[in-house]
Design a protein around this ligand. Structure first.
Ligand code: G6P
Ligand code: MN
Length: 442
């Protein structure tokens, strides 16, 4: 393969997902070759923790690529073809509060759904808008591939501010991850499956699993399996307890509504009370991830630094997060028209949803970006849920842009994890105080 080499910048490179993303870039070096890789994070200290492992990996497996670590945004955005965005505004400290504050009021504590997702969205928007403006100053044709959460809210906000920018793609790896798990259960190749999917980000359903080699829709078979067996992620052995519970809730959702296969994130909207009750308010997913993934990755990086070599250390690969990001970039860069589940402006894809909603659906990734497959009209049950959730997303974004407290209160009251305006007000006031360095409403 002799493909044009790309300049890539990772924004939020201090994330502990970065070393594995580097592993993915290395594994894909034939398919998506790099000329220059820039690792950018506003925190030098965070990046420092992983720098040596990354440097050693690149020296060993990718010596031909130029490698830059920087905390200077100008340097990060000059002369770049692809920007992989994975910033977490407020770091794990704020994620922890997003999860813990709602639990005080008996509400779901989650980083992307419910009041926590609301607070996180409000933090993410301004830095994301700033980033896009900066990138466009220096690299007007760069592709901006955004993983920053909550992708649903960020996508609506960016679409409002940059409606004509065709080179911003918001994307989520959860459908990809679920497809990996389906393929394992069905014993087929993930890339032989073409899914049908509709909804909003972290709020959608799989409708079919078309298996290209046999021309068969494997969804009925999968659902039959899941009616009788616990749904386990493909890498269940490496998953922490909360994720295993999350997958089990897909079985539970299916038992009530067997028509389509729900995204795991729908659990928070269908079973908010049970989930809030079962959560430990002093040990949430942020703590679990810190003790699990964070610790594992940082220990490896620390060893790399101490011994100044990779000897005895694992080659980390992002089986979901990393691989998907690189495959997405590859499909755009070389116009491969591969099918992914993407987030795009509705514009008639779901005919009974507002035109400006940012819907999640199956689509092709071409040199001009994502082309979502039309879905048509969704049935009343789904329409009701989706219209309501999109109204929540839209009001959230408007409340930030207008510093409008009333709209924020409306947004949270619409959110199915909240509903009660008394609770909505209490949690909003608490979140606003905790986030005062980031956002404020009148
Ligand atoms: C999935 C979702 C992401 C989310 C992540 C959280 O990949 O698609 O949006 O950020 O899970 O994972 P964590 O292990 O940090 O809880
Ligand atoms: Mn996601």
């Amino acid at each position: 393969m002799n493909r044009k080499k790309q300049n890539v910048t990772i924004v939020g490179a201090g994330s502990t997902r970065t070393p594995a993303l580097i592993g993915s870039l290395i594994n894909f070096k034939e398919r998506f070759p790099l000329r220059k890789l820039t690792l950018f994070d506003i925190s030098k200290d965070r990046m420092e923790l992983q720098k040596d492992y990354i440097r050693l990996m690149m020296e060993k497996y990718y010596p031909e690529a130029e490698l830059i670590f920087t905390d200077d945004e100008d340097q990060a955005y000059i002369d770049v073809d692809y920007v992989f965005v994975q910033m977490r505004v407020g770091n794990f400290e704020m994620r922890s509060l997003d999860e813990k504050i709602p639990l005080k009021y008996g509400l779901v504590g989650q980083e992307t759904c419910g009041p926590g997702g609301f607070a996180y969205g409000m933090r993410s928007i301004a830095p994301m808008v700033h980033m896009v403006k900066k990138i466009r100053e220096y690299s007007k044709d760069a592709w901006i591939l955004n993983y920053t959460n909550p992708a649903a809210i960020v996508a609506v906000a960016l679409d409002k501010v940059f409606p004509d920018d065709k080179r911003i793609l918001n994307i989520c790896d959860q459908p990809y991850s679920m497809l990996k798990s389906f393929s394992k259960i069905l014993d087929v190749e993930q890339h032989d499956i073409e899914p049908g999917y509709f909804g909003l980000n972290h709020f959608g359903w799989f409708t079919k699993l078309y298996h290209r080699p046999t021309n068969e829709d494997l969804m009925p078979k999968l659902k039959e399996y899941l009616m009788k067996h616990e749904f386990k992620p493909y890498n269940a052995e490496q998953r922490e307890a909360s994720w295993l519970e999350t997958y089990k809730n897909v079985n539970k959702m299916l038992s009530f509504f067997p028509e389509y296969l729900p995204n795991t994130y729908l659990q928070y909207y269908f079973f908010p009370d049970e989930i809030a009750k079962e959560s430990n308010p002093s040990f949430t997913r942020a703590d679990e991830a810190k003790e699990g993934r964070e610790k594992k990755v940082l220990d490896i990086c620390k060893k790399a630094k101490e011994q100044n070599s990779l000897e005895g250390l694992p080659f980390l690969v992002g089986e979901v997060h990393g691989n998907m990001m690189v495959e997405v970039a590859e499909s755009i860069a070389y116009d491969l028209r591969k099918v992914f589940i993407v987030i795009v402006r509705n514009e008639g894809i779901i005919t009974n949803l507002p035109e400006d909603a940012m819907v999640e659906c199956a689509g092709e990734l071409t040199k001009d970006g994502a082309v979502g497959y039309p879905i048509g009209k969704v049935d009343t049950f789904y329409e009701g849920l989706l219209v309501n959730q999109y109204a929540y997303e839209k009001l959230t974004v408007e409340s930030l842009f207008e510093s409008n407290y009333q709209k924020a209160l409306q947004a949270l009251t619409l959110n199915r994890t909240v509903i009660n305006p008394v609770k909505a007000k209490m949690v909003l006031d608490d979140l606003m105080e905790a986030n005062k360095e980031y956002w404020y409403l009148r």
